[in-house]
Write a protein that binds this ligand. Structure first.
Ligand code: BGC
Length: 919
């Protein structure tokens, strides 16, 4: 097809449910998005047309036999719901889109993208759950089972899919070749309510004749150690695998190979595999070719019959609600994986390797999450290599592990004497910067070991940089905290015996996460876990999936159930996530309200953690709780409005006002101070708009006074830290925010950095000024909650915000924080409309600012300036720049609207201070 020469817009980066070409989805109304790209400025989409076809050939002839939307006059380019013929199990579909700009000029059709349905109905599944006998509670390790079968394919193969999952973790091999994408599959959900399955395209691994499939099955979250308290077997004690291989022949027939009695099982070389404890591999027991047809027979004597269950066996974790009756065996639906899997996202070479009295100590230079890949050249059969992992070093240079509590975090490798052997543990992960290795054959060098970073998140497309090294390191630490703790679910920490989906931590960090990467699918999946964890009474939980901590959620922890959907709506404009979780949110509001008729949240506050880990500045817990109750009501009002529930919106808005009034009556003193006077109380009262307008100025001044009283340091915990800088900036105290961010004395982010932090610490003094470690009972060096300040860097310093009234960056606010802190700053972030960038620098009294606004969006830009005179775009006076409309001066800036494209502003700025109290 010819591309019209002057096409103004090109639809690119086609995604379906936030993923590129997903296979095995079970969303029967998937949502399409694309990015309108354009070499020109001021380009908007005026219409679109989507074609969805059942074959690539039909699509190439522009025949949308599944759906032809026709030309739809609309500027929307994201999350467009498929509205064609019903999508049934295994349906494959190819789609493309073309767009028209507002002048009616069409683009060419985009290249084809595709998606494919999984197995949607219970009757599509014929497999049985297979595995080895239940794990021995007396044994310290959970061995990995090998399960296999062979079969004959008679005919030429057109395509083959594996639909499968496990209670535990599994990896699929086809004819000895790895077939699973990602790690730690099928991931973690509350298995008693939902078991996610994967669909894998294995066409190229099969051939006519004899074939074999094999599964390595480990304990994982299902049967292994999770959480604190040294407990395992949370969901069951007998890991099971389940799946169907569906092979389609060219002649149109098909054959299915399912897990069941025809399979055989054995224990292989991995004698232990546990997420918290580590892997144990005896290489002498390796069975090369155990699932390669011509070699399988050799291992027959190791294999015996598997145990077979018709239904999945899953215990209901304490505090969760029982599974409702449904058509699925055991009442547990199999649901298609909806997120990208945990993957290897980077490999890191050692920075330093030292021989110490405690063994070899390898420093990777970065606190990371994952495993190591080791290669040994030589070594005798039976030699035992032990690898321990930790985040920091003891004074004697050995690796400090006391803060890992009950997590053994130890991998053991028994060598088999081959001249060259290698190993990468598959069913565990550690949080570490250092590995301490004993028993290594000979001298350990960087040729022997590589750090493998595992994560569900890829904060690589977004960036923030400025002229201050400390602040750049802070951004680096925030991103590494996100990589390490966005692993299958958003966790508190990746190293000790915990690694749970703590709701409070997730909620405060979520906005920063959305600024740093596209986490819509990741947090969208987790919101299902949050709903699954809601109690029968309507209480969200403290941790999702709900495990170990059976209590209903504490204030600010349970509230993640409302705040995270709002955060996703704001960042991605996703109304479905709001609508899907709306009933659960309503139950949560009722849960709080029915127990607290005075609208002060004093009852049913469960574990009430308060301002967790504040610095000797404890805030009244009822104050925090009530503030979050108000926040919930406010967000409910806004979300109800977004999904067209007008009456609810009015009701929740009124509730918000009543709670705010109750808050003021209880805690706002006649002199304008907030009772208790903690920094956090001022932060949340301002952030959540709980004070009458007349009291806001005073509250902001009191907050500054409370900071001054601490020698210009913060004293906030989880609740106040994330937004203290934004609140100060909005109130006109950006200079105070900068002071907090640039501090290098305790407590501050800079203090951690000065002590070598490469991630965000759980405690401000994880390492005390005298060099000793904080209480090992709770001292993680990779805990992202305090990294929630990252939002301030991107949204305020670089100044890129999604306009809350037009979520998903449909309209963008560009409002940089010039002066006060650094001479220049830049950021680019990936939005669903494309990249938004802001890069500014201050040269004497000149302010130079380059911005990029994606096609089909526009921005309200606040150009720091004293007057309009002298403000230019390129060489042109701003008033004459085409496409730009001047609104006027506000708070030391010239406010203009700017359409899409790249723009370069210049202005004269003496001192600039932002002062709007009203964001
Ligand atoms: C976790 C926290 C969590 C807290 C609840 C801790 O053990 O690591 O980050 O939010 O418990 O107070």
């Amino acid at each position: 097809m010819l591309i019209p020469p002057a096409a103004a817009l090109h639809p690119v980066n086609l995604t379906c449910d936030y993923r590129h070409n997903p296979i095995g989805i079970d969303d029967t109304h998937p949502r399409f998005s694309w990015i309108d790209s354009s070499p020109r400025r001021d380009q908007f989409q005026g219409a679109w047309q989507v074609l969805v076809a059942s074959s690539p050939l039909l699509l190439s002839h522009n025949r949308g036999d599944l759906w032809n939307s026709g030309r739809v006059a609309s500027g929307t380019a994201s999350l467009i719901t498929y509205s064609g013929r019903a999508l049934t199990s295994e349906r494959r579909a190819w789609w493309k889109v073309r767009v028209w700009n507002r002048a009616g000029q069409p683009s060419a059709f985009s290249p084809a993208a595709r998606f494919e349905m999984g197995l949607l109905r219970p009757s599509d599944w014929h497999a049985k759950w297979i595995g080895m006998p239940a794990l021995d509670p007396a044994a310290p390790n959970e061995p990995v089972a090998l399960l296999r079968t062979s079969f004959i394919l008679r005919g030429r193969i057109r395509s083959a899919r594996w639909y499968g999952t496990a209670l535990g973790l599994y990896q699929l091999q086809v004819n000895g070749m790895p077939a699973t994408n990602g790690r730690l599959r099928p991931g973690w959900t509350d298995y008693h309510l939902r078991i996610p399955y994967q669909t894998l395209d294995v066409t190229r691994l099969l051939r006519p004749g004899v074939n074999a499939v094999g599964i390595r099955l480990a304990a994982g979250w299902y049967a292994g150690y999770v959480g604190f308290g040294h407990r395992r077997f949370h969901y069951g004690n007998a890991p099971r695998a389940y799946g169907q291989l569906v092979v389609r022949y060219r002649d149109g027939t098909k054959t299915t190979v399912s897990t069941g009695p025809g399979w055989a099982g054995a224990y292989g070389p991995t004698l232990g595999a546990d997420l918290l404890m580590g892997d144990l591999r005896d290489s002498r027991r390796e069975m090369p070719g155990w699932c390669v047809p011509v070699m399988m027979e050799r291992w027959n004597r190791h294999f015996g019959a598997v145990q077979v269950d018709a239904t999945p066996s899953v215990k209901q974790p304490p505090g969760t609600r029982p599974a409702p009756a449904c058509d699925w065996p055991g009442n547990i639906p199999l649901t298609a994986e909806s997120d990208r899997p945990v993957e290897r996202v980077a490999a890191i070479s050692p920075k330093v390797i030292r021989e110490t009295a405690a063994g070899w100590v390898v420093d990777f230079g970065q606190n990371m999450v994952g495993v190591v890949h080791v290669r040994a050249f030589g070594g005798h059969s039976g030699e035992r290599v032990t690898m321990r992992f930790g985040e920091v070093l003891n004074p004697d240079g050995s690796v400090y592990t006391t803060n890992l509590r009950g997590a053994r975090a130890t991998d053991v490798w028994i060598l088999n004497g081959a001249p060259m052997q290698q190993w990468e543990p598959q069913f565990t992960f550690h949080g570490f910067r250092y590995a301490q290795i004993t028993g290594w054959p000979g001298a350990l060098t960087s040729a022997n070991i590589t750090g493998i970073v595992l994560s569900s998140a890829r904060p690589d497309a977004s960036a923030f940089e400025c002229t201050n090294h400390l602040v750049n390191q802070l951004q680096h630490n925030i991103q590494w905290g996100m990589r390490g703790n966005y692993l299958e679910v958003p966790t508190d920490c990746p190293q000790r015996d915990e690694r749970l989906g703590w709701m409070g931590d997730a909620e405060v960090f979520a906005p920063t996460a959305c600024d740093n990467a596209n986490v819509a699918a990741f947090l969208g999946k987790w919101m299902d876990d949050v709903d699954d964890a809601q109690s029968a009474a309507g209480g969200f939980s403290d941790v999702s999936p709900r495990l170990v901590d059976p209590a209903d959620g504490a204030p600010a922890w349970g509230d993640a159930g409302v705040i995270v959907p709002w955060t996703l709506y704001r960042a991605y404009g996703d109304k479905r996530v709001v609508a899907d979780h709306y009933p659960a949110m309503v139950r949560w509001l009722n849960y709080i309200r029915s127990a607290n008729p005075d609208l002060l949240w004093v009852n049913r506050s469960n574990n009430n953690f308060g301002d967790w880990l504040n610095v000797g500045d404890d805030t009244d817990r009822a104050l925090i709780a009530t503030a979050f109750f108000a926040r919930d009501a406010d967000l409910m009002a806004r979300m109800a409005r977004a999904i067209g529930k007008v009456r609810d919106a009015a009701m929740y808005h009124a509730l918000f006002q009543q709670i705010a009034a109750a808050f003021d009556r209880k805690w706002l003193l006649p002199d304008g101070a907030i009772s208790g006077g903690t920094q956090t109380s001022y932060v949340i009262a301002l952030q959540f708009h709980l004070l009458p307008p007349a009291a806001r100025r005073q509250a902001a001044a009191d907050l500054v006074a409370a900071i001054r009283k601490r020698g210009w340091h913060l004293s906030t915990g989880f609740i106040g830290t994330g937004s203290i800088c934004q609140v100060l900036t909005d109130a006109g105290y950006a200079d105070v925010a900068w002071r907090l961010v640039k501090n290098t004395t305790y407590p501050s982010w800079g203090y951690e950095i000065a002590r070598g932090a490469t991630t965000i610490w759980e405690r401000w003094d994880g390492i005390r000024p005298n060099g000793t470690f904080e209480d090992p009972g709770m001292n993680s060096f990779n805990h992202y909650a305090f990294g929630a300040v990252g939002r301030w860097l991107i949204e305020d310093v670089a100044g890129i915000q999604s306009d809350a009234a037009h979520p998903g960056y449909a309209e963008i606010i560009l409002n940089p924080l010039a002066r006060g802190g650094v001479r220049s700053a830049s950021s680019r972030i990936e939005t669903i409309h494309g990249e938004v960038a802001s890069a500014w620098r201050q040269e004497k009294d000149r302010f130079i600012w380059k911005v990029t606004i994606p096609a089909n969006t526009w921005a309200e830009a606040h150009i720091p300036a004293q007057t309009i005179a002298g403000v230019t775009e390129g060489r042109r006076s701003i008033a004459r720049a085409p496409g730009i409309h001047v609104i006027g001066m506000a708070h030391g800036a010239l406010v203009v609207t700017v359409p899409s494209g790249s723009w370069s502003f210049h202005s004269t700025v003496p001192t600039h201070r932002r002062g709007a109290l009203s964001r």
